[in-house]
Design a protein around this ligand. Structure first.
Ligand code: DP6
Length: 360
């Protein structure tokens, strides 16, 4: 595996101070990543829609140290306040990327971050959070080495983000990103995410995702723990195979616009992810009664209205409701009138497919 291409040059310009701000999105997987090996390599390929409204905005101020040492110096502020609890995860991230970004030893970094979605909404913030830091680092690297191409910058940003959180590798570009080497997806890699390389049918343009906040509490199972459960899992190998087959199928579906097949595959992926947790040891039920209520209402609505609405799930109780743009008005009304009552404090977030990281 060619990771050497990502090692930063040891000689570069000297810059005393710099500051970069990036907005990077969350993403929702259609074929799920669940199971990994070291260092952050996926057991199967996955694909996600990049989101638009759910994002993180991060600024990193870099100040050159008076003497370069072998420590990574950083302060971390979340929504204006110092955040000691987030620091260990970011410290591990810096340790993992140090080989590839040795310039981080030369700077004191002050990281300021905020999310567009409510804190502890149950929406995974690691994808948007880590991809934003990765983009800020790549802006510094590109300033130190101005010859870097924009293609390389995005590729390395995804590579770095992956080392912080696997799904973060899919939060640099949009609207559809594949992560994980797959024989039928040109250019795909376990090391970084790539834009879905084929022409996507117009029905999937501006696809809608309403995130119904069923349970806003802390995650019952951290993603690291969840992925680890796949090591001893009796169905793991079949699952990895199935996910790769599903990726092959969805690659065709996205091109031919077969919405029925899309619904079937996406919902099956969501339920399979939860089935993996139901059948692991220890075992977990991450859905709540209201998750099931919502799923049943979605199925009824789909039949009664000949709609293309469907759902997917993360490793939690919240429901992502997916639907084509042309159904936006009707489905938004359905959500407001019939589904919002199953959400905590009636809260849900209307999002749409987006195009990736933006420099602010
Ligand atoms: C269920 O990317 O959060 O959302 O690599 O340990 O940070 P780490 O895991 P993470 O796992 C996401 C799992 C998922 C499915 C997916 O996004 O593909």
């Amino acid at each position: 595996m060619n990771t050497a291409q990502f090692i930063s040059k040891s000689t570069h310009k000297v810059i005393e101070k710099a500051s970069f701000t990036w907005q990077t999105p969350s993403n929702i997987a259609l074929v799920k990543y669940w199971g990994k090996s070291n260092p952050q390599l996926p057991k199967n390929a996955s694909i996600s829609f990049t989101l638009n409204n759910c994002h993180t905005i991060t600024t990193i101020d870099f100040e050159r140290k008076s003497a370069v040492d072998k420590t990574v110096a950083f302060d971390l502020f979340f929504e204006g306040k110092q955040k000691a609890t987030f620091k260990p995860k970011i410290a591990v991230f810096f340790e993992r990327i140090a080989t590839y970004c040795s310039y981080i030893f030369e700077y004191k970094m002050t990281i300021n971050s905020e999310n567009s979605f409510p804190h502890s909404s149950g929406i995974a913030s690691s994808a948007s959070g880590l991809s934003a830091i990765a983009m800020c680092l790549m802006s510094l690297e590109a300033t130190l080495n101005p010859e870097l191409s924009s293609v390389f910058i995005n590729k390395k940003a995804s590579f770095l983000a992956r080392l912080g959180s696997g799904s973060a590798s899919r939060s640099i570009e949009g609207p559809l990103v594949v992560w994980g080497a797959h024989p039928k997806i040109e250019g795909s890699s376990d090391l970084f995410g790539v834009q879905f390389p084929y022409k996507v049918h117009s029905v999937f343009e501006n696809y809608q995702d309403a995130i119904l906040l069923v349970d806003k509490g802390e995650k019952q199972v951290s993603s690291t723990m969840g992925h680890n459960l796949m090591h001893e899992h009796p169905y793991a190998e079949n699952r990895f195979q199935q996910a790769n087959n599903n990726l092959l199928k969805i690659a065709d579906i996205l091109q031919n616009g077969d919405i029925k097949a899309f619904i079937n595959l996406v919902e099956s992926e969501a339920l399979t992810l939860h089935a993996m947790m139901l059948t692991s040891n220890p075992y977990f039920i991450l859905m709540k009664p209201n998750t099931l209520e919502i799923i049943n209402r979605i199925w009824e609505y789909r039949t009664e209205n000949n709609s293309a609405i469907c759902f997917t799930l993360d490793a939690g109780a919240n429901v992502h409701v997916l639907y084509p743009e042309k159904e936006k008005l009707a489905v938004n009304q359905f959500i407001e009138n019939q589904l919002s009552k199953y959400c905590q404090k009636n809260q849900y977030i209307c999002d749409t497919v987006g195009f990736g990281a933006k420099r602010l």
